[in-house]
Design a protein around this ligand. Structure first.
Ligand code: ADP
Ligand code: MG
Length: 302
């Protein structure tokens, strides 16, 4: 398992992470969420051994992860990372990028493995294409496949689907996360996209102001976000009388002593998001239909 024990880190004088501790069991999927600049990438790079921690320890099973000061070659065989930079070989084909770390002695198995991974990331039509001709999203998929090629025990993914369009994203996510579960590969995913978390992560932790401000299963944090910042990760919400309610927890009804005036309706696909003026507070209510601006509505909290 991975154990992060009271680590702190700063790039120069400014602290990025302070006294961070957590652990995850083998084969589990941990999501690290937080705003841009909250230190998600930094945390992943520390786990990878790319930087030296100022304080604390990081352990994978019995191996202490050491940074460049104490480790000549950065990184460990049992762990791979897909960074936001990809770091691919541009004039080499997709399949040779994926096979980069696979031994050439096993030519037959090498090709089989590459084909298997190309399928996971849905790049069958681009196997022979040079990486420089690919889009950002396609490159990201090559980087994913390459990280998986030698089957790591642990995989660090930094916003792994951020460049991938919505047409592909859903199925790719399922492919990749199901593959990791099936192979019992421990995974740490840094993301600000709730769809990377819900349905896939066993546990999530929320970085804010250099610390972990919240931690639990996605279900626990969703149902009981405790603070608005955590709720904001999951969707539109309201704070009414000090309590947090998601937009779908407010319902338009025939009569109620809670009343407001519709300001705007936003089309959301399956429903509309109404922006409602409620005693000079703007609140969000999910509703089946579009309502006209200026309409007076009654709502209840369900
Ligand atoms: P996130 O991935 O959550 O967006 P990062 O870990 O990339 O956050 O960055 C955390 C903070 O550290 C930010 O304030 C960022 O500007 C700073 N930072 C990131 N990388 C470096 C670096 N190589 N040198 C100096 N500061 C950095
Ligand atoms: Mg980042």
């Amino acid at each position: 398992m991975l154990r992060v024990d009271n680590i702190s880190f700063s790039y120069s004088k400014i602290a990025v992470l302070e006294d961070i501790s957590f652990s995850i069991a083998q084969g589990k999927n941990l999501a690290v969420i937080g705003e841009s600049g909250s230190g998600k990438s930094t945390l992943l790079k520390l786990i990878y051994g790319e930087f030296d921690v100022d304080k604390g320890h990081i352990l994978w099973k019995d191996t202490e992860i050491l940074g460049p000061k104490f480790n000549l070659v950065v990184g460990y065989d049992f762990m791979k990372q897909v960074t936001q930079e990809f770091d691919l070989m541009p004039v080499t084909s997709v399949e040779n990028n994926i096979g980069k770390f696979l031994s050439r002695f096993y030519l037959k198995n090498r090709q089989k493995r590459i084909d298997e991974l190309i399928k996971v990331v849905e790049l069958e039509d681009f196997a022979k294409t040079k990486v420089k001709y690919l889009s950002g999203g396609q490159k990201q998929r090559v980087a994913l496949a390459r990280a998986l090629a030698k089957k790591p025990e642990m995989l660090l993914l930094d916003e792994p689907f951020s460049h991938i369009d919505n047409f592909k994203k859903q199925s790719l996510r399922r492919n990749v996360f199901n593959y990791l579960k099936k192979e019992k590969i421990t995974c740490v995913v840094a993301t600000h996209d709730k769809d990377d978390v819900l349905g896939f992560a066993d546990e999530m932790l929320v970085l804010y102001n250099k610390n972990i401000i919240s931690r639990g299963s996605p279900n626990e944090l969703y149902k009981n976000p405790k603070i608005p910042f955590v709720a904001s990760f999951f969707g539109e919400f309201n704070v009414i009388n000090g309590e947090i309610y998601y937009a779908h927890q407010l319902k338009i009804v025939e009569t109620s002593n809670l009343k407001g005036v519709v300001k705007t309706s936003y089309f959301n696909g399956a429903s509309w998001l109404l922006e409602v003026d409620y005693s000079s507070q703007l609140i969000f209510i999910e509703h089946k239909e579009h309502l006209e601006n200026g309409e007076v509505v009654s709502f209840k909290i369900s």
